[in-house]
Design a protein around this ligand. Structure first.
Ligand SMILES: [Zn+2]
Length: 376
């Protein structure tokens, strides 16, 4: 009896920690702390890309798709996959292909057969350490890769992304990620609204000239290490009625619930999306989840239909907004010389040379957008 009480307490403690993962309460960077400089004439795609609020490759925002980055973190279980299917199953990109997302998976408490299935269905599997350790050492990082490969059959070549548990990362950890030959990290935070002149909502960038996010806690730019060729995909916050003073990052529905009304989160997401898409430079928009929080089949946990509804309402509202002709698919389905006009049967081919350039950059591993998501 004593043992089971102890176990229960431990589980509750773990749940409390998870619930806090990814919370932020204010800006995590400032222009003064950034110390960032990068010359786009020497830092060029596909190997290098400066941190910039503008789309990569000198593209106009008008030819760039609005990406939605949909991610899930932690253990992979029947109930987490069921949760994701409640909002993603049957949903398609404009070109008719199923949407894809990225699961940052740990091996602890994970059902490897579900990892295999999720990967085979076209989703990305990425690394979240073996046992969910903050600021992880190399054995936690590389051990997880080996396990996902050996037990879930995910090819090593497909395991290219990393997110630090608790978003607890350091400059040294980024160097470990680079040494392990990852393509990208996605642990940093964009915490200043995309419409603010001092926003840190940068398009994904390489760390050749250092970090440009989280500079109030980490060494950025010329103050920190430069890591050649490793991509950083910031996690883009959304904001509540308090604007810049009210950022929310992961699982924003939990924050809304604590503020007394889960339905508020739909408005927060819609306002932020509109800012990204119409009022800024179409920097990617993020939906960062721990699926357990809206799973309907977790023993002892009540279903969360209001959260499922908020996510579905958001996606149903956001997806149709962008006119067909301006869209691309994620994942690099085009090529650099594919510059012909779209046709009715295939309206999402790159519709001009500039758009094709972006797709080509993605195909070359420039980012990270390809990692995941779906384009509207
Ligand atoms: Zn986690």
């Amino acid at each position: 009896m004593k043992q089971s009480s102890t176990l229960l307490a431990a589980l509750l403690a773990a749940a409390a920690v998870v619930a806090q993962e990814g919370n932020i309460s204010g800006p995590t960077t400032s222009k003064d702390a950034m110390h960032y400089s990068c010359d786009p004439s020497s830092c060029k795609l596909p190997d290098c890309n400066c941190a910039s609020t503008s789309p990569p490759g000198g593209l106009s925002k008008d030819v760039v798709p609005q990406f939605i980055l949909f991610t899930a973190d932690d253990a992979v279980q029947d109930y987490t996959i069921d949760a994701l299917n409640q909002v993603l199953k049957g949903r398609k990109n404009p070109n008719g292909c199923p949407v894809q997302m990225t699961y940052f998976a740990q091996i602890q408490y994970t059902n490897m057969s579900r990892v295999t299935e999720w990967f085979v269905a076209g989703n990305e599997i990425a690394d979240h350490t073996m046992t969910h350790e903050g600021d992880p050492q190399s054995d936690q990082i590389v051990g997880n890769l080996a396990a996902l490969n050996a037990f879930a059959g995910v090819p090593q070549s497909a395991l290219s992304g990393f997110r630090a548990p608790y978003l607890n990362y350091t400059n040294a950890m980024l160097q470990r990620i680079a040494a392990a030959e990852f393509t990208y990290d996605s642990s940093s935070t964009s915490s200043v609204p995309v419409t603010d002149p001092n926003t840190d909502a940068f398009w994904p960038y390489t760390l050749d000239h250092g970090l440009a996010n989280d500079c109030l806690t980490l060494q950025c730019g010329t103050s920190g290490p430069a890591i050649k060729g490793l991509w950083e995909i910031p996690m883009y916050a959304i904001f509540d009625d308090k604007g810049a003073a009210g950022p929310h990052l992961m699982d924003p529905w939990l924050d809304a619930e604590q503020m007394g009304d889960t339905s508020k989160v739909l408005g927060w997401m819609q306002n932020a999306f509109t800012d990204h898409y119409k009022n800024a430079q179409r920097q990617p928009f993020g939906i960062y989840t721990h699926p357990i929080h809206f799973a309907s089949s977790v023993p002892g946990q009540a279903p969360q239909p209001q959260v499922v509804k908020a996510i579905n309402d958001f996606l149903n509202w956001a997806q149709p907004q962008q006119p067909n002709g301006a869209n691309l698919t994620s994942g690099g389905t085009g090529t650099s010389d594919d510059t012909s006009s779209p046709t009715p049967s295939d309206p999402y081919r790159p519709f001009n040379a500039a758009a094709a350039q972006l797709v080509n950059a993605v195909a070359l591993g420039a980012a990270a957008f390809g990692a995941t998501l779906f384009a509207l």
